[in-house]
Ligand binder design. Structure first.
Ligand code: HEC
Length: 165
């Protein structure tokens, strides 16, 4: 009996050891340390500095009638890019899609859009946080924005991300 107990302890001891949580840095491109929490205005400002380092889906600006006729360039952070290219949905927690909106084909940036996957944030609508910002990151709209959700629901089969297909 003693032997069995000792073996059991050894076994569970090993399991406990091998399943020790990885102390990884959970921060992401929006500077958010906790993905369950909506990005703050400061996080949105940090995002504005970060998204131009993401993978761009297009280089030449494309007109986007769905976003008020502005000209757009879409960016995906690394997690979003991997999921998008391999069509593996849903997008992982923390994945970010950005869209830079210009006043014309060669015009300056007028606004920036963002979608961020936040696990548990809005389960009925795919757990996306939406924001539309001024070029400096000041939010004009943010949160569970029904305008954004209602149209992006049209891409539900691709976890609410349209891309250019
Ligand atoms: C009337 C429909 C419609 C509305 C409203 C809309 N979108 Fe989109 N969105 C699209 C379509 C279509 C695309 C892909 C083509 C493009 O970029 O123009 C897109 C692309 C995006 C992308 C790039 C990722 C992707 O899905 O391709 C982001 C980020 C985005 N939208 C954010 C927003 C936010 C934030 C709002 C609300 C403020 C919003 N959108 C409102 C239709 C819409």
């Amino acid at each position: 009996m003693k032997q069995i107990l000792a073996l059991g302890c050894l076994f569970f001891g090993l399991v406990a050891c091998s399943s020790a949580p990885n102390q990884s840095d959970n921060s992401d491109a929006t500077g958010n340390q906790n993905n369950a929490i909506e990005p703050s205005d400061a996080d949105l400002k940090a995002f504005i500095q970060a998204y131009t380092g993401f993978q761009a889906l297009n280089q030449d600006l494309r007109p986007s009638p769905q976003h008020g006729g502005i000209y757009v360039r879409t960016y995906l952070d690394q997690a979003a890019d991997v999921a998008y290219k391999s069509k593996s949905y849903p997008f992982p927690d923390g994945a970010v899609a950005a869209k830079e909106g210009h006043t014309g084909a060669t015009g300056p940036i007028e606004r920036v859009y963002m979608m961020k996957k936040i696990k548990g944030y809005d389960p009925a609508n795919g757990d996306w946080f939406y924001a539309m910002m001024a070029p400096d990151g000041a939010p004009r709209l943010k949160g569970k924005v029904s305008l954004c959700i209602s149209c992006h629901s049209g891409a539900k089969g691709k976890d609410y991300v349209f891309g250019f297909e």
